[in-house]
Write a new protein. Structure first.
Length: 266
């Protein structure tokens, strides 16, 4: 087994999708960087923002769909590309619809997109002083795609080594990878180019402590997502995939609430 192939799943249907996810990562990052550099997030209309968000996220679904038709590896309804997108869509919806309220009221996150008029967020949860633009659902999909695919690679290397104390090493690794991505996202998004559109009221506290709280999303989700079709002899159904994403969402709900009880608002 080559070093490159050892990074990916032994299930070939999963391995090629993971490769595509990692190859697409710099593409969506460039797309976001160009929007920030040009100030388009402040100047575009709601329709233009929605178009950019959809154009950034949809290749995660459409390109693997097209490649799978050429490869004919498995039925579309049993394909990893579909189940991975389904899982991320469900978990990302939770993160935006419900989780954003926690970020607003507890972590001090501020969205200011007066030109993004299409919004969707929880009615009963949170103070309701801010709304979530629908564009964030699309962007979250590509963010979470990269976070989860890279976590799979890291966790796979650990599991294959069979170190003593794996029962402790594995969850610690899950948290470390989640914390790194939470910190990097916070630092990258809350930058001077977006200072009037997206920021945290207490940036230093958010980076230091808030990133650990944000990492609870991934503490709940990474271990579940990792086992999605990892063994090609034990493939998940679409219903199991949705159940896994909903389980990760509810675990995140609990962890966020426990964190708010222990830490309070930043």
């Amino acid at each position: 087994m080559s070093r490159l192939s050892s990074l990916y799943s032994s299930n070939p249907d999963k391995a090629w999708v993971e490769r595509f996810f990692m190859l697409y990562t710099p593409v969506w990052m460039l797309s976001m960087a160009l929007m920030m550099l040009t100030g388009s997030d402040k100047n575009w209309s709601d329709g233009a923002l929605l178009l950019h968000a959809a154009a950034t996220a949809l290749p995660v679904l459409l390109v693997p769909m097209w490649l799978a038709r050429r490869q004919r590896t498995s039925p579309w309804y049993d394909s990893y590309w579909l189940k991975a997108n389904l899982y991320l869509a469900v978990f990302g919806f939770f993160g935006n619809y419900f989780g954003s309220e926690y970020f607003f009221d507890v972590l001090g996150m501020v969205y200011h997109y007066p030109n993004a008029t299409t919004t969707l967020d929880a009615t009963l949860l949170g103070s309701g002083t801010q709304t979530v633009p629908v564009i964030m659902y699309f962007y979250t999909h590509v963010y979470f795609m990269t976070y989860h695919a890279s976590a799979n690679i890291a966790l796979r290397q650990i599991k294959r080594r069979q170190w003593p104390g794996m029962v402790l090493i594995f969850p610690i690794a899950v948290f470390v990878v989640g914390y790194v991505w939470a910190w990097l996202e916070t630092k990258a998004m809350a930058n001077p180019l977006m200072a009037t559109s997206f920021y945290y009221q207490k940036m230093e506290l958010m980076l230091r402590y808030g990133s650990a709280i944000y990492a609870t999303y991934f503490l709940a989700s990474f271990p579940i997502y990792y086992f999605l079709d990892e063994d090609r002899a034990r493939r998940w159904s679409l219903w199991q995939t949705v159940a896994g994403a909903l389980s990760a969402s509810m675990l995140t709900f609990y962890l966020l609430d426990f964190a708010a009880r222990m830490v309070g608002a930043l």
